[in-house]
Design a protein around this ligand. Structure first.
Ligand SMILES: Cc1ncc(COP(=O)(O)O)c(C=O)c1O
Length: 390
């Protein structure tokens, strides 16, 4: 079976994990810090904080940004539910800004409209869909004008660059950026996430929130008489100063991710070759086209989403997915618009309020894209689609 996405693990990755297992330190050790430093350096941010998942990263980022009851965040309707859920976890509200049909990313014009109609927006969470960077200068300027901060959801976009050449994650246009290291992502940790920022105050807050809200680094104590006995610091003493979480990640996961990061540029180069071959094949294929039609050169190429006119092709999506499966090809839909989910409908959202997202969803199909996808396998995917859509 050719899946729609898959990680690539080699002997070096395995050895890196074995080394941690033999080292005696399984968590809160040097691999976590090493991975954080490597990501900060790779993307060009001052601080990087590793956490247990991309979802945990979004939750902490929303809290650190100041999403609280009475304040909201705005994100894209075409994302994984976690981008929106972060606002609800933080006790705040959620709103959506419709997508640009050329990029499937949040449209800056829709964002401006949503900022006008949503009260007390604290954060905007653009999602770099499939790895394609959003129009960050426009999004940042709209957020600034509304007094909101920007948190980039770059779960799909490790390795991507903005048109100005800087790497996604450098936080040139945002207060924080989050990544995910789930196995279908650019690099795998098993599960894992990261938050990057250039703001020391935010970094310190994230550090505390990752570990129960307990003070970290040289954070001052609140109860000063507990800190010392006869001028000697009490070695057992710590303070929980706010309500935090246990969102730490292990050294086992970070050693794997660090080993993977060394191969990221190679992963990206292979994905680019595969994407180019797909783009060429679909340029003249009936009833189907690449979903993202501008800015592709900058993308992290996390997935390859197509738009298929099922009606004119005379086959529905279920039939097509079944036929592909019979030919050994996996496919998926990214994503069902979040406002269409039952939970969000119960909160009063209506998918028809986001027509560009709805139109995209009707036509969306993600086809296989990953480092180990062989030329013959890709040719089989293309030939099967040509056959089934003709
Ligand atoms: C856009 C987006 N944001 C956030 C997440 C959450 O990441 P994780 O699965 O690591 O919690 C995902 C995961 O698929 C995602 O695709």
């Amino acid at each position: 079976m050719i899946p729609y996405g898959k990680h690539h693990i080699d002997e070096e990755d395995i050895q890196a994990v074995v080394d941690v297992l033999r080292s005696g330190v399984l968590t809160q050790g040097p691999a976590v810090e090493g991975f954080e430093r490597a990501i900060a350096e790779y993307v060009g941010a001052r601080y990087a904080l590793a956490v247990s998942s991309g979802t945990a990263a979004l939750h902490l980022a929303a809290l650190a940004a100041g999403v609280v009851p009475g304040r909201s965040l705005i994100t894209s309707p075409i994302t994984f539910v976690a981008s929106a859920n972060a606002g609800l976890y933080a006790g705040g509200g959620v709103a959506f800004a419709d997508i640009d049909p050329q990029t499937i990313n949040m449209s800056p014009d829709s964002l401006k409209a949503a900022l006008k109609t949503t009260p007390d927006v604290r954060a905007v969470i653009p999602v770099h869909f499939a790895g394609l960077p959003c129009d960050m200068p426009a999004i940042r300027s709209a957020a600034d004008q509304a007094g909101a901060v920007v948190i980039e959801d770059a779960a799909h976009a490790l390795g991507a660059r903005y048109p100005d050449g800087q790497r996604v994650g450098c936080c040139a246009y945002s207060l924080m950026t989050i990544f995910s290291f789930h196995p279908v992502k650019a690099i795998a940790a098993g599960e894992g996430g990261m938050i990057t920022t250039n703001d020391e105050h935010i970094y310190r807050k994230l550090l505390r929130l990752r570990s129960h809200g307990i003070n970290k680094l040289d954070d001052p104590f609140e109860i000063t008489e507990q800190t010392e006995t006869d001028g000697v610091r009490n070695p057992w003493y710590y303070e929980m100063q706010e309500l935090g979480f246990h969102y730490r990640i292990t050294d086992i996961q970070c050693a794997l991710a660090l080993s993977q990061l060394k191969k990221l540029d190679g992963f990206m180069a292979r994905r680019r070759v595969l994407v180019k071959a797909y783009d060429e094949a679909f340029a003249d294929m009936a009833h189907c086209r690449p979903a993202q039609t501008s800015g592709q050169d900058w993308s992290g190429h996390h997935i390859y989403p197509l738009r298929i006119d099922f009606e004119s092709a005379g086959i529905n999506r279920t039939q097509l997915m079944q036929e592909l499966k019979l030919r050994g090809i996996g496919s998926q839909v990214h994503y069902i618009p979040v406002p269409a989910q039952p939970y969000y409908r119960r909160l009063g959202f209506r998918p028809e309020d986001y027509p560009a997202a709805q139109n995209y969803y009707k036509e969306a199909l993600t086809i296989p894209l990953y480092f180990d996808l062989a030329e013959e396998q890709q040719a089989h995917v293309i030939a099967s689609l040509r056959d089934l859509l003709s």
